[in-house]
Ligand binder design. Sequence first.
Ligand code: 6R9
Length: 654
Amino acid sequence: MTDQQKASEKVYRVKPEYADSAWINNEKYLEMYQQSVVNPDGFWREQANERIDWIKPFNKVRNVSFDDHNVDIRWFEDGTLNAAANCLDRHLETRADQTAIIWEGDNPEEDRTITYKELHEEVSRFGNALRSQGVRKGDVVCIYMPMIPEAAVAMLACARIGAIHSVVFGGFSPDALAGRIEDSNAKIVITADEGVRAGRSIALKANVDEALTHPSIRSLEKVIVVKRTGGDIAWHDARDVWYEDLIKLASPNCPVEEMAAEDPLFILYTSGSTGKPKGVLHTTGGYMVWASITHQYVFDYHDGDVYWCTADVGWITGHTYLLYGPLANGGITVMMESVPNYPNSARMAQIVDKHQVNILYTAPTAIRSLMAEGKAPVEGTSRSSLRLLGSVGEPINPEAWEWYYKTIGDERCPVVDTWWQTETGGIMITPLPGATDMKPGSATRPFFGVQPALVDNSGMILEGATDGNLVMVDSWPGQSRSVYGDHERFVQTYFSTFRGMYFTGDGARRDEDGYYWITGRVDDVLNVSGHRMGTAEIESAMVAHSKVAEAAVVGYPHDIKGQGIYVYVTLNAGEAASDELAKELRDWVRSEIGPVATPDLIQITPGLPKTRSGKIMRRILRKIAANEHDALGDISTLADPTVVDTLIDQRLNR
Ligand code: 6R9
């Protein structure tokens, strides 16, 4: 029995006060879930009409084909709306002076609150500013920003004027940024002079300057720069514009663009098992319905609740649960510029007290790093405002779950372990706090309209308690519609492995109660501190180094990060292995992709284990990296089995 299976015997029942007060109790869950899959048209017609202000109402609810010759996904296709108007304008009548965003700076003494009225005005001004810079409906705008309110303004301003935003995480390197600008043909980049994180400044504008030296970028016209630190930056008069100057000149009256439900809202790049990162495309109507319903029910969001999602806007969690979901629901959303343990490990709990946070949504990696500090992360704090805790990004191990529940939540707050992906737009498998008994480590049951299944490697659907590949047999409104500019890649990646189904890339176990336990990726994608990294991406950065011949990247279990990055490299003839070279290679990958991709361990080796047809056998490399070299399995198909002994002899201790 694995630890996970043992832990599955532990059940935390729904708290009676939750069953009474929450939007959804168990009876309601079962009834609504049933409706959502038996009569999806009726269910989603009602939800979409209730939650969203449509400019032109839709008639047709869904029009979906998962057939791999013709993957076509449409929801509410004949309706029109504007996402920003749904986040702002429609709330003005009832909550103009209510706080929309509470911003907490890197420095604990810096914060700001922004009301719906103020946010609406700033977004409108910036929408006009973008129009003044030539941005039109359907143009792509790249946003490379720190966690400051202007990042939210930029996203909503794009949505307001029908531009497609493509947010690139501020921790990515100039090269990674350049690749994304090139792939999306972005016309404008919005950035800041510098970002600030954990007391250090990040040279965002300088990174943009460097990215734009790539000769392959031809689409770019302007760089809009927010002044965050006032630090020294280079300036290109013909290209660079200050955000502050544009805002001053712009009118606060900005008519919204009427968007078809299936018009793109944003692109977000994410890593897959092969090739370059993909621009996952989300459209307007279905995404907004999904963001709103999941945010309300999963977090049991009620009017006036203070809700804090710690994710960066550069990831999907920041899109759906920092911005679009909470604002669509007229909520109060906390945005933090810093990290959970700066200047000390109690920062997260201090922020909870300071802003009287009711709902906290964070990642297992943050929880584990705090857990390592014992009681210090809660010292001197009460956290009595907290009502609910959430987890996202990777499997949460039962120990971390228990610590989160007991130490942060004082055993008072349910923990919702939410499984989903960039491609799903929002939460898919999750407990509902008033409905679902919790088992530490399990994402539990499907949300409304979600139809998961487990299949074997031939695509056969498995019944009952079992392990398998996690697929979705039908569509849901928040689903990604395509890969930007490459629909064929979308079809290949998600619909060709198992015919007629969406393949998540994850493996899962279903227990006797029908609960899902996500076991992790079954493809070559790593999950490092909740960030998705393609092994192929790291390998191609590695072999771009002049001394490297070949590279193979695998994940290994890491106490804090969930997975660490283990790189095996072979060198070009004439190059000698050394600690200095290993360090050089590590720094190289870091500067090629960004700090998130920094290898934890680099083993320089004379050879890699390959089949006779030349395929690297990663299975073996994974076992060696995980310290499980007694269980390598069959190695007889290797072209040269002696390679394995050398690899084991020289393996790196961890
Ligand atoms: C939202 C997000 C998606 C991958 C996904 C899975 C892993 C996310 C999880 C989880 C177990 C959870 N994942 N949440 N695994 N339990 N609650 O993280 O999107 O960055 O696209 O990553 O993350 O492996 O396939 P994204």
